[in-house]
Ligand binder design. Structure first.
Ligand SMILES: C[S@@+](CC[C@H](N)C(=O)[O-])C[C@H]1O[C@@H](n2cnc3c(N)ncnc32)[C@H](O)[C@@H]1O
Length: 279
């Protein structure tokens, strides 16, 4: 089933959370000269034209990146991420929003590498076209869940893995944990980011239980909510961070507070940050 198109949601509050944390994690890995591998199991199209009919349907980006761009002052934790969005729109107002592959490629150095997986034929073609001339980036039209373990451990012995499925089917919650666990068993030292939407709290309770039963250690959980829990639709989204960089937790506190204040609808934003599994 491949009916999900990320263009409807590009730049919304969930993308802001995911991409701001992704940029922080990439910059942490760049503190050492040693190369690393970035893996995006569900890469999407790479760049989204916000003037197109799908993003325009609900203009979700207005409540996400749109609000951030209107802020006269941003906390330091958001500056790098927002400047990347500005650089993609350097000739005028917000018209394009990048996906995780483009953001990551902008942060990679000459010695780093990326492996991107995308199943949807049209999204894959768009992605492939972006990275045609970038020798650091390899793109494949394959199932990212299945491909992930085969890339681990990476030759570089350092990796950042983003697992960002569409959750169009309920099984994605369990498949994501199974794939994460399989990857972690092969390479426990990577930094793993697993994104999830909060639509039904029961699904997240189950996800947390599965993670606790997985044997993994050192797992951080963050969530950003923009409306009260019973408002319907996707009120919140979260990230599971396995092996969170030590700099990340203090940075996240300020970042989440700012995002809850700025993106919360009618003052109803909130966040949580908690150690789900200790070291
Ligand atoms: C949430 S979007 C990805 C967004 C992207 N990571 C970003 O942050 O910009 C999920 C993508 O996964 C793709 N997809 C669905 N199932 C997949 C699978 N098993 N393997 C790889 N890609 C898949 C969908 O076509 C969709 O483009």
């Amino acid at each position: 089933m491949l009916s999900y198109r990320h263009a409807f949601h590009a730049g919304n509050h969930a993308d802001v959370l995911k991409h701001a944390v992704l940029v922080q994690a990439l910059d942490y890995l760049k503190r050492k000269d040693k190369p690393f591998l970035f893996i995006d199991t569900h890469a999407g199209a790479g760049i989204y034209d916000l003037t197109g009919p799908w993003p325009q349907k609900n203009r979700e980006y207005d409540g996400g990146i749109g609000r951030l761009l209107e802020c006269p002052r941003l906390p330091g934790e958001l500056e790098d991420y927002v400047s990347l969005i500005r650089s993609l729109n350097r000739h005028g107002p917000l018209q394009r929003y990048p996906g995780s592959p483009w953001l990551a490629a902008e942060r990679l150095r000459a010695q780093d590498r990326a492996r991107l997986f995308e199943l949807h034929p049209a999204e894959f073609e768009a992605l492939r076209a972006i990275f045609l001339r970038d020798k650091r980036v390899k793109v494949a039209q394959e199932d990212g869940f299945q491909a992930l373990p085969s890339l681990l451990p990476p030759a570089q012995r350092r990796a950042l893995v983003l697992i960002d499925p569409p959750y169009e089917v309920k099984q994605d919650y369990t498949t994501a944990v199974t794939a994460l666990q399989a990857a972690w068993r092969r390479f426990p030292a990577a930094v793993y980011l697993l994104w999830y939407p909060v639509v039904r709290r029961a699904a997240i309770d189950r996800l947390e239980r599965d993670l606790k039963d997985s044997g993994m250690r050192d797992v951080l959980q963050i969530e950003l909510s923009v409306t009260p829990e019973n408002a319907g639709g996707m009120q919140a989204s979260g990230l599971i961070v396995v092996n969170p960089p030590w700099t990340l937790k203090p940075q996240l506190q300020g970042l989440l507070q700012f995002l809850a204040d700025t993106l919360g609808q009618e003052g109803q934003g909130s966040y949580r940050i908690a150690t789900l599994i200790a070291e």
